[in-house]
Design a protein around this ligand. Structure first.
Ligand code: SF4
Length: 244
């Protein structure tokens, strides 16, 4: 059954189911590229480390925020509804960690399958330097290698790791290209996610599918959930990667 069979007009209301299929492909390719680099270079995060979620709040393109919102509606409808209604509180905005950081969980991220590109590629991707060369640095929490170097450029990266890391900017450009007019609309997760949730609920309400009048729970057939899950079920849990 297609999404349109379940909910005629869903594709248009969702801003295009193709957007979610496209973002799913980009995220999966990013994961594969990162995993290949990590495997080639024997790179891994220290056991139990979740330091990249401390003193850091990711920013998101609108399409990434929509993806995250759809994931949260499906996996934690009560939290999704709360964030849509009241947003993040001061205590979350002033906390030392991302609001989705889970200290005890194996992945440390409470929104793992919905997280944005920055979180997906952190620690295993490179950026171009001023001369356009690929530049890679070990995360401060990764142990030093035998060479004791912590930064490499160009061909030295391949010499050290046996492969080149994916460029964060390449995947970011692919995401930008999905909706070229929204490239400047990046916002912090604190602001982007509640607004994206509100938009999703609004769309779902237009389809008369969203919220049960009595319980306030989100109905399971909500179109954006179907869209996200149909894009690639592997994204429900996230790929197997040596990441937090
Ligand atoms: S969204 Fe997840 S991976 Fe990203 S900073 Fe927050 S807890 Fe960490």
């Amino acid at each position: 059954m297609s999404i349109e069979d379940s909910f005629p007009g869903a594709t248009a209301l969702a801003g295009g189911a193709g957007d979610f299929e496209a973002i799913a492909k980009i995220y999966l390719r990013a994961a594969e590229a990162m995993g290949a680099f990590a495997q080639a270079g024997g790179l891994t995060c220290p056991a139990g480390c979740g330091s990249c979620c401390e003193r850091f709040i990711p920013d998101l393109l609108p399409i990434e925020a929509e993806w995250m919102a759809a994931w949260l509606i499906h996996h934690d409808p009560a939290r999704a509804l709360e964030l849509a209604l009241i947003g993040f509180g001061t205590h979350e905005r002033e906390a030392a960690t991302c609001p989705f950081f889970v200290a005890s969980g194996p992945l440390h991220c409470g929104i793992y399958g919905g997280r944005g590109l920055l979180c997906r590629l952190f620690g295993y991707s490179a950026l171009p330097d001023k001369e356009g060369r690929v530049a890679f640095a070990l995360c401060a929490h990764m142990p030093s290698r035998a060479s004791e170097a912590r930064q490499w450029k160009g061909a030295d990266i391949e010499g050290e790791f046996g492969a080149l890391p994916p460029l964060m900017t390449d995947f970011a450009a692919e995401l930008d290209a999905l909706r070229p007019t929204e490239g400047q609309a990046r916002r912090l997760l604190f602001d982007a996610l509640p607004d994206a949730l509100r938009r999703q609920y609004l769309r779902m309400n237009y389809g008369a599918l969203a919220i049960d009048d009595d319980s306030g729970a989100v109905k399971a057939e909500a179109v954006l959930v179907l869209t996200a899950r149909s894009a690639d079920p592997r994204l429900d849990e996230g790929p197997e990667l040596p990441l937090v």
